[in-house]
Design a protein around this ligand. Structure first.
Ligand SMILES: Cc1cc2nc3c(=O)[nH]c(=O)nc-3n(C[C@H](O)[C@H](O)[C@H](O)COP(=O)(O)O)c2cc1C
Length: 378
C-alpha cells in the first residue's frame, strides 16, 4: 500500500512557549530545556544535527553527540580529518539543532567554532571505554575504506597491540566548541527629550537603564554617542565633527567640538562606538582615537592592525570580547578568543546590509542562535 507523504501530519499541541517562560539568559534557558529532555524518556537526547558549510556556501549536515555545554559553548568530539572538520577549518561556523519530538521542541544554536584544547581532548578521550578509544584510532571518518573486513582486521590488530596498554589519543581525534553568537548589555544610551534642549544620559546594565545625568546646553540630533571611562560623553555628528561633553563640571557640562582641524581626517561621516573600553571614531580612513595630551584625534595604533585605514561603518563588542563590524556593506568579526585575533567575514551576507543604518542587532542574534518551534513558526 502506498502512503502519500503529503498526508503525514501530526498535531503539536502539548507545549506552548510564552515570552514570560523564557529566561533572559539563553544558556539558562537551554539548561532548563536540557533538564526537561533528560527527565523525559528521550532516546539519545544529546544527539544533535551539526550543520557546516564550505567557504563557497555548500552546506552539509550530520548527527553528532553533545558532550558538554556551559556559558562558553557546546562541545562535540570527532575526527579532525573528517569532512565536517575540513569544512570547519575553512569556515569555522556551525549550526547545531536538537529535535526533541517528545517535548515538541527544537533548539537551534548558531555560533563560531574552535577546537578545544589538547588537555580537554585528552581528558575526555581517556574517560572513554577502551573499546571506544580504539574505535577512534581505527575509524577513518568520511574516507573510503577498502572493506568492512579490512576495518575489522585493523581493530583486532589494535585490540591485540593494546592488550596490556592504554592507547593514547591520536592527534586526529578531538573536540570542537560551538560558541553561540550573542551580544548582551554594555551599551550607553542617550535620549533627547522632545522640545527641549536637554538630554538625559542613561547607562544600560543588566537589562535596565540608570540615569547618569542631564546636559542642558546641547542642541543637536544625536545618533552616535558613548561615555568613556572618565564619564566624558562623546558624540559623532553627521557633518559637524565629534563633540566632547564633560558632564563633571560644577557649572554644568562643557561642550567642545573637534573637526578636521583637530586631527580627524574629515568633519563629516564619522561614527562613534565604544569597544574594548575605548571610544573609537570610525572615519572613512580607519579608526581614530582621542589623545588627551594633544587634545586632538589621531589614527588609532590599537585598532590599526585589525582595520587598517578601511571604511568601517559599525563596531560592536560582544560579551566574549569579540568585535563585530561592518565594513562598507560587509559584516565580519574580529575573534579575540585566541592569543592571535582572527578576522572572519560572512560573505553570505555581503551587500545585504542596508547602508546608513548598519546594525548587528543583539535580539536578532539571540533569536538566531536559540529558538523554538513556536518562535520559528512566527
Ligand atoms: C546517533 C549518532 C551519533 C553520532 N555521534 C557522532 C559524534 O559524536 N561524532 C562524530 O564524529 N560522528 C558521530 N556520528 C557519525 C556522524 O553522523 C557522521 O556519519 C560522521 O561523523 C562523518 O561525518 P562527516 O563525513 O560529515 O564528517 C554519529 C552518528 C549517529 C547516528
Amino acid at each position: 500500500m502506498s502512503i502519500n507523504i503529503a498526508d503525514l501530519r501530526k498535531e503539536y499541541a502539548a507545549q506552548s512557549l510564552l515570552e514570560t517562560d523564557v529566561a533572559p539568559n539563553p544558556i539558562t534557558q537551554f539548561s532548563t530545556w536540557w533538564q526537561q529532555a533528560l527527565d523525559s524518556d528521550i532516546d539519545e537526547a544529546n544527539a544533535m544535527t551539526l550543520a557546516t558549510a564550505s567557504c563557497d556556501g555548500l552546506p552539509s549536515a550530520r548527527i553528532v553527540l553533545l558532550k558538554g555545554f556551559n556559558s562558553n559553548g557546546f562541545v562535540f568530539f570527532t575526527n579532525y580529518k573528517s569532512y565536517k572538520s575540513i569544512q570547519l577549518e575553512e569556515n569555522p561556523k556551525a549550526c547545531l539543532l536538537f529535535f526533541w519530538k517528545e517535548l515538541e521542541r527544537q533548539v537551534r544554536i548558531v555560533g563560531l567554532v574552535k577546537k578545544v584544547t589538547a588537555e580537554e581532548n585528552d581528558s575526555y578521550y581517556n574517560s572513554r571505554p577502551k573499546y571506544s578509544r580504539l574505535g577512534a584510532i581505527v575509524s577513518q571518518q568520511s574516507q573510503v575504506i577498502e572493506s568492512r573486513q579490512w576495518i575489522d582486521e585493523q581493530f583486532l590488530t589494535l585490540l591485540e597491540k593494546y592488550k596490556n596498554e592504554e592507547p593514547a589519543r591520536p592527534d586526529y581525534w578531538g573536540g570542537y566548541i560551538v560558541k553561540p553568537i550573542i551580544i548582551v548589555d554594555g551599551i550607553d544610551a542617550l535620549d533627547t527629550r522632545p522640545n527641549t534642549a536637554i538630554f538625559d544620559l542613561f547607562d544600560y546594565k543588566d537589562h535596565s537603564f540608570n540615569l547618569k545625568g542631564s546636559v542642558t546646553d546641547f542642541k543637536e540630533a544625536v545618533r552616535f554617542a558613548a561615555m568613556d571611562n572618565n564619564n566624558v560623553v562623546w558624540i559623532a555628528h553627521t557633518y559637524k565633527g565629534v563633540f566632547r561633553i564633560n558632564t563633571e563640571g560644577k557649572s554644568g557640562a562643557v561642550v567642545k567640538l573637534y573637526t578636521d582641524k583637530n586631527g580627524l581626517p574629515a568633519s563629516i561621516s564619522n561614527r562613534l562606538f565604544k569597544v574594548k573600553n575605548r571610544i573609537a571614531i570610525a572615519t572613512e580612513k580607519g579608526i581614530y582615537e582621542y589623545n588627551e595630551k594633544k587634545d586632538a584625534f589621531e589614527s588609532s595604533a590599537w585598532f590599526k592592525p585589525f582595520f587598517g585605514e578601511r571604511n568601517i561603518r559599525y563596531l560592536r563588542e560582544d560579551a566574549a570580547g569579540n568585535i563585530w563590524f561592518i565594513e562598507n556593506k560587509m559584516p565580519g568579526v574580529v575573534d579575540f578568543s585566541e592569543s592571535k585575533p582572527k578576522t572572519i567575514y560572512f560573505p553570505e551576507l555581503n551587500g545585504r546590509i542596508p547602508s546608513s543604518f548598519e546594525h548587528i542587532n543583539p535580539a536578532f542574534l539571540k533569536d538566531q542562535w536559540i529558538s523554538s518551534r513556536e518562535q520559528a513558526n512566527e
